[in-house]
Design a protein around this ligand. Structure first.
Ligand code: CAA
Ligand code: FAD
Length: 397
């Protein structure tokens, strides 16, 4: 595993963060993974630990209580957590790459001063875009916001909302002017609990079971106009621009998961002997293992390349459409490919361990269950392919 981590493009600060997260994942998360999976509940001590380690404000400036680190640092944290538990990883991912980033990029100074210190130190965030009738077709959302004096009244229902059972901050996408189609979508922020916002049905899932995924019903939720982020009608652009970045986070989650499954299964193949030799040394097994090492490395290079490209874009303050397109395409490719690799590697890892791999006690089967979500959330694999294809068509026609 050490050799696979030998990209030398990380700063000293990023390397140190990796070691810190590895320690936290090993000492605090690992002992609770199986229990959290079986109880379908995140341990509050793990959430507290994420805040205490500074992992919930990785890019948030120290003035706002954060660590002021790079985007790549956030990606490193997500990857390292996923090597141990994909649920803890996605909690950190949504909070940092979606919620914090929207405030850092589009919030007013007053909004940043109000929300970022809470998000960096104690309140978990959630991102409410999807609805029962709009998943891939996210901009067809039916949640409506109606103006009432200097307030907006929001009605609708959000589905599949990660972190919602534990969250204290909700970002909500609602349409303020359906006559404008998706150009009426507006982003609101609220703390919770609050009258008019109900965290309802909690899903029972195949994987990432410790991560809460609930319906969020909005019945006459009354928010002051200061709760709008980025301006009326800017919500669709904010959502997709943030998802372009967030997809690199999911790529990192899937990368970490693939590496975690590999690290857990491969040593066993050299300990377990059949026909008088370690099973991992049969050429049929050795080549399978080698192929998966190549696949993980390709996902790693694509993920970190997309992360660095995003940082470069930020440095240049680029509004330039070609640069944004190139980055969005790289992000979609990284998310798509890392999800393929995660499913493939975690599935193979079970087989490498034979019957032992199939038991819950050993935990390799959990990597495989958790891997399925990579091809679904933050845009399904088909949506990533469609995004990539659109950019290719633009470039070549
Ligand atoms: N980057 C930037 N802008 C984009 C874009 C991209 N990748 N894709 C579309 N757009 C813009 C277009 O430029 C256009 O804007 P303008 O009108 O201002 O030019 C606008 O969006 C509409 O474009 P299209 O007609 O091409 O888009 P569409 O309506 O067919 O689909 C989409 C757009 C909804 C973004 C779709 O491509 C998509 O990504 N769907 C998946 C939704 C998703 O990722 N949901 C995730 C929910 S959060 C989550 O899942 C978190 C979690 O689990 C952990
Ligand atoms: P659909 O859009 O109905 O897709 C069904 C199938 O049709 C898929 O295979 C899809 O690829 C395919 N398909 C759809 N359109 C096309 C097309 N144009 N071309 C080709 N194929 C197509 N959302 C949030 O807003 N916030 C969250 O925190 C969040 N967390 C989630 C956590 C979990 C565990 C899950 C399961 C979902 C979460 N989501 C969240 C929602 C997630 O983003 C959506 O599930 C996802 O975007 C897919 O939408 P859908 O489930 O409605 O599937």
């Amino acid at each position: 595993p050490a050799a696979l981590n030998s990209l030398d493009t990380f700063t000293e600060e990023e390397q140190m963060l990796r070691e810190t997260v590895q320690r936290f994942a090993k000492e605090v998360v690992a002992p609770k993974v199986r229990e959290m999976d079986e109880k379908e509940k995140m341990d509050p001590a793990v959430i507290q630990g994420l805040f205490d380690q500074g992992l919930m404000g990785v890019e948030v400036s120290p003035d706002h209580g954060g660590a002021g680190m790079s985007f790549t640092s956030a990606i490193i944290a997500i990857e390292e957590l996923a090597k141990v538990d994909a649920s803890v990883s996605v909690m950190c991912d949504v909070h940092n790459t979606l919620v914090n980033t929207i405030l850092r990029k589009y919030g007013t100074t007053a909004q940043q001063e109000l929300w970022l210190p809470l998000l960096a130190t104690k309140d978990l965030g959630s991102f409410c875009l999807s609805e029962p009738a709009s998943g891939s077709d996210a901009f067809a959302l039916q949640t409506r916001a109606r103006k009432d004096g200097d307030h907006w009244v929001i009605d609708g229902s959000k589905m599949w909302i990660t972190n919602s059972a534990e969250a204290g901050v909700f970002l909500i996408f609602a349409n303020t002017d359906p006559s404008k189609g998706y150009k009426g979508i507006t982003c609101f922020i609220t703390s919770a609990p609050i009258e008019g916002l109900e965290v309802a049905k909690k899903e029972q899932k195949l994987g990432i079971r410790a991560s809460s995924t609930c319906t969020v019903n909005l019945h006459g939720l009354r928010l002051h106009e200061d709760s709008i982020i980025g301006g009326i009608g800017r919500g669709y652009k904010i959502a997709i621009q943030i998802l372009n970045e967030g997809r690199i986070g999911i790529a990192a989650q899937m990368l970490g998961l693939a590496q975690g499954a590999f690290d857990n299964a491969v040593p066993y193949t050299y300990q377990r002997s059949q026909f008088g030799q370690p099973v991992g040394t049969f050429q049929g097994m050795a080549f399978e293992i080698a192929r998966r090492a190549v696949a993980i490395q390709s996902a790693r290079l694509m993920t970190y390349n997309a992360a660095r490209r995003k940082e470069e874009l930020d440095r240049r303050g680029a509004e330039d459409a070609d640069a944004i397109a190139a980055f969005a395409k790289d992000a979609a490719m990284a998310k798509y490919w890392a999800s393929v690799v995660a499913q493939d590697v975690s599935g193979a890892a079970i087989e490498w361990m034979g019957g032992v791999g199939f038991t819950r006690e050993v935990g390799v089967e959990k990597f495989w269950r958790d891997s399925k979500i990579g091809a679904i959330y933050e845009g399904t694999s088909n949506i990533q392919l469609q995004t990539i294809a659109k950019f290719i068509q633009k470039q070549y026609s």
